[in-house]
Design a protein around this ligand. Structure first.
Ligand SMILES: [Zn+2]
Length: 196
């Protein structure tokens, strides 16, 4: 086996570079139209060295992110800072390939991980804003998340009432205080704007 100069090199196994009109072997992989995400590993396109370099130079790792998300992505996070420096647009130098076992994998995965986290934070803020502080407390009494809908609220209430009601527990009143909290939480949440 030939020594592999670049860690990101894969035997082409007959694959041809995906760049239009290029007939070089496709030995380097780059994120495809659906890059890796929380939904799965994504797909890849196979490129020759020249074209993977071109691809990497023009790839916008922050595509689709807001200014705040980009700022968050650039804050010091272990393992990310060095990579950001190496790939900063306009830095002039080629990426330091030797720094990474598999540069495209490492950077692509990290970028979508950070993007995914920023999106999750944003979604969580939006969900939290649906409820008042008292309503959020009531949700936690009922063991419901911020994404709960009206159907889920009703379903959980009926489960908890059955679980804690003395009539359903052979007259055992040990859960009475808990049942009372659940009833109060439900009464509050039933009238919540988020469940209207
Ligand atoms: Zn090529």
């Amino acid at each position: 086996m030939r020594p592999q100069k670049f860690h990101g090199r894969y035997p082409s196994e007959g694959r041809q570079c995906a760049a239009p009109g290029c007939s070089e072997p496709g030995e380097y992989r780059a994120p495809g139209s659906e890059g890796p995400s929380f939904d799965g590993p994504g797909d890849w396109r196979w490129l020759c060295l020249d074209h993977v370099r071109e691809f990497n130079a023009g790839y916008d790792w922050f595509e689709g992110m807001t200014a705040d998300e980009i700022l968050a992505a650039q804050s010091p996070i272990a393992g990310w800072e060095r990579e950001t420096r190496a790939f900063r647009p306009g830095a002039g130098a080629m990426p330091r390939w030797a720094d990474f076992d598999d540069p495209l994998d490492a950077i692509g995965a990290r970028a979508s991980e950070i993007r995914g986290r920023a999106q999750a934070r944003q979604a969580s803020r939006e969900q939290a804003a649906r409820f008042t502080a008292r309503e959020r407390e009531a949700l936690s009494v009922m063991g419901l998340g911020l994404q709960a809908d009206r159907a889920e609220l009703r379903k959980r209430y009926s489960v908890l009432v059955r679980r804690y009601h003395p009539d359903r527990n052979g007259g055992d009143r040990s859960h009475e205080a808990l049942l009372q909290r659940v009833v109060e939480a439900y009464q509050l949440l039933r009238g919540a704007a988020a469940f209207a």
